[in-house]
Design a protein around this ligand. Structure first.
Ligand code: AMP
Ligand code: MG
Length: 505
């Protein structure tokens, strides 16, 4: 996945061919964005290039390897790049901010990939924009590495996400609580449309722009709604379904986004804006990593409720489009919002069934899953390892108590395992098929916080990107058994545990 190119290119103003960029967002009226060039940096160095993604985007690999440092720092963009900073607003921790916008990111163009899907290319950390306000427009190396690793791991886990194409260090420092090396991440997204983009125009009562944005979102992400009777209600439903599926996917792998503000909530249904995100080790539904989330608003088990809260904010912006009769619009939107949680629960349960090897549905399944989670919580069992090892417990030779001991679960596990085995016996699938389903539903390796931190420390303190490269490779095939990568499955010791994560802005 990663390529250690370490190309330090001192050749200024190279001949770089056009990338084949298109600019549909820039074709929208000028209130949607601000034109702004990246601010050049002193000593860019390419430390990560995602060749698989570059190939998918039909980009010229030799050019990227030779000039990646200049291109991905923004020092010299391809001739057809037309950088813009996008305007948006957002509810942050429940409070509305009427103008946020890309304060440190530039959309440089759109590419249609080899599967015909339109993708945004964005440089994150490329310098100030009109939306920067007091920010410096830069990104620190640690958060860039974290986003690179976690977004690519998320993709490998099969969960919708923005991706990382490249990362460079800038050769400059950024000042946060301490002085840190600067970096730029090249992010690839289905789009950068956010709930907050709709809020930006709705807060100004600029309904023509809301409508234009909604039509753009439908064309790009929900084209099947074109020509339908109620396209804008359909848009709300589409976002509700994708967000419900996304959060259900996060929760099947123990992921906590950490900052689900409406400006970090994507209309396409991808995971976006990896800040203080983290995967939990020991299972606890109340887990919070983000240092700024003091009330636990974005705790693990609160994520579906917040996704619904965010959807309600989107609905408010769409009401005038949904129906000219406000009461009717509210009624229709309310139904969509109310359906979101039951929809999430169904999707979550389907995910959890697969994790314990079930393909059919039975009325007692929810209770069976919840009981296991309760035991895991009481025992402080590792979320990822418990489910992964449960795969082996499908084998007839394993007695419950032997399995329970291996998981570090209490004797309560034995009683649960008996019920689980009885339930598995009701399936039409063979033991081998159940095992296979569980292997495909329970990753062996997730980007554990302490490993990410280890990789960041090596790069920041010793300019050693070896641990970053290795961790990237380890996370590429999370469902494959691997003797070589066994150490990356192991939860942190008490001393290794990282309890707090930071936005890094
Ligand atoms: P985030 O926490 O990354 O979702 O960012 C929230 C808002 O703050 C967005 O409008 C960002 O563009 C802006 N922002 C974050 N960090 C910076 C920075 N270093 N310079 C300028 N703006 C920033
Ligand atoms: Mg954000």
């Amino acid at each position: 996945m990663l390529e250690s190119a370490n190309v330090l290119c001192d050749c200024w103003r190279m001949e770089i061919d056009a990338f084949g960029f298109e600019h549909t967002y820039r074709a929208l009226p000028e209130q949607f964005y601000a034109r702004r060039e990246p601010t050049a940096v002193d000593g860019p160095r390419l430390f990560a290039l995602n060749k698989e993604l570059a190939t998918r985007l039909r980009l010229p690999l030799p050019t990227l390897l030779a000039h990646g440092a200049q291109i991905f720092s923004g020092n010299q963009l391809p001739p057809d790049a037309q950088p813009i900073a996008l305007a948006y607003a957002g509810h942050q921790f429940g409070g509305f901010v009427p103008q946020l916008g890309d304060g440190r990111a530039l959309l440089i163009g759109e590419l249609v990939d080899c599967e015909g899907r339109r993708r945004d290319l964005q440089l994150k950390g490329a310098g100030p924009t009109p939306f920067s306000r007091r920010g410096d427009g830069r990104a620190a190396l640690g958060p860039v590495m974290r986003e690179y690793l976690v977004s690519e791991a998320m993709h490998a886990l099969g969960i919708p996400t923005t991706r990382a194409l490249a990362a460079v260090t800038t050769g400059e420092s950024v000042v946060r609580e301490e002085v840190l090396p600067g970096a730029v991440l090249t992010r690839v997204a289905a789009s950068h449309l956010r709930v907050g983009t709709f809020e930006y125009f709705a807060a100004q009562s600029d309904w023509p722009s809301v409508e234009q944005l909604a039509r753009y979102a439908i064309d790009r992400h929900y084209p099947e709604l074109n020509g339908s009777d109620r396209p804008f209600l359909g848009l709300l439903k589409g976002v509700a379904e994708r967000q419900a599926a996304l959060v259900a996917d996060w929760m099947k792998v123990g992921f906590i986004h950490g900052v689900m503000n409406t400006d970090n909530s994507s209309i396409s249904g991808e995971t976006i804006d990896y800040g203080p995100c983290a995967f939990m080790d020991a299972y606890d539904p109340k887990t919070v990593f983000s240092a700024i989330d003091r009330s636990g608003r974005y705790a693990f088990s609160n994520q579906p409720h917040i996704a619904q809260w965010n959807l309600a904010r989107l609905a408010e912006t769409l009401l005038p489009l949904i129906d000219s009769d406000l009461e009717k619009a509210v009624e229709a939107a309310r139904e969509v919002i109310q359906n979101m949680l039951p929809d999430f629960e169904g999707k979550w349960l389907a995910n959890m069934r697969a994790k314990i090897g079930l393909q059919t549905e039975h009325a007692t399944d929810r209770a069976l899953v919840e009981e296991l989670l309760e035991i895991m919580h009481r025992c402080g069992a590792d979320f990822t390892q418990t489910f992964r090892r449960l795969c082996d417990a499908t084998q007839a030779a394993e007695t419950p108590s032997a399995t329970g001991e291996r998981f570090g679960l209490s004797s309560e596990y034995d009683a649960w395992a008996l019920r689980w085995k009885q339930r598995l016996a009701m399936e039409k699938t063979t033991v081998a098929e159940q095992w296979d389903l569980m292997r495909r539903s329970n990753p062996a390796r997730i980007p554990r916080n302490h490993r990410i931190e280890e990789a960041i420390q090596a790069a920041v303190l010793a300019d050693d990107f070896g641990p970053f490269q290795r961790l990237g490779a380890v996370l590429c095939e999370p469902y494959q058994e691997s003797e070589e990568y066994r150490e990356f499955e192991i939860p942190p010791t008490e001393a290794q545990r990282v309890r707090r994560t930071f936005c890094g802005t």
